[in-house]
Design a protein around this ligand. Sequence first.
Ligand SMILES: [Zn+2]
Length: 305
Amino acid sequence: MTVRSIGVLLAASLLLARTAAHPARAAALQVEVYKGGFASVNSFIFSNGKSLVVMDVQRKTYEAKKLAEIIKAKGLPLTHILISHGHTDHFTGMAWFHQEFPRAKIVVANEAIKRDVKDYAIYMDSGGETGAEPALEPALRPRTAANPSGFDYQHTIGVLAGNKLTMKGGGTLEITTDYVPTEARHMATVYSKDLNALFLADFGYNKVHLWMGDDITLDRVAAWRAELLRIKSRYAGLNPTVYPGHGDPSDMSLFDDMVRYIDDYTRIVTNAKSRQEAMQAMTAQYPDHKQADFFLKYSVENHVK
Ligand SMILES: [Zn+2]
């Protein structure tokens, strides 16, 4: 027996020993963050070594295409495309994903989020666009009698049964939706025990200005603040890694940072004599935050008349 074959035998027996020690254990869950350029929006790829789930799929089709290529390169089946809430920066890529992964299910946590997705698509398609927020991608225009090749929201988006998504091959994503209207009318957050990680969707922004435009009143901003404190206390004992919808992964300190931001923002827009004054005060206070020309600008337009 050569030295090399002894080495191979040793390695094989070590591998056997390890397999025997954890016979039924699935590969540990892993998560990879895809950081979108447009709107600094995140997508999350979950893998258990046997199958994949992606959470949120970008605002721009060219970014959804990049995300899809990363997923395909993993060589594992994508079973679910989970959309956290009904904002275009999280769901636009689903038209491309529906085409590229016809066997993957597009899912949301409840009927309310499903309605929000379609309502927001219609809103964006009928005058909701701004200088920074372009019109709806044509592939997402709703299917109607006049547009029979449009996106069929009713039949293409499924609603998960129960508050979890069980991955094929092992692992569970626990989903929570008991939130009042805040950044979105309805929102789903995800917690993974395997990762000890909390995915905040758009409750969470890290070094990115918060989106408070459109229908988000200051009352809803205050409700957002209250929900942040409630989520913080709910997960404090677990001390998870915290993944925001926008910006880099963080830890539990993100909650206090965001509460401080909301307090500063609310004070500034309430007292400002002009939008320009509010913009200057916020960008002076938060010079390193991204999306000042988009999220902050339209939030200030919403709250300073
Ligand atoms: Zn978002």
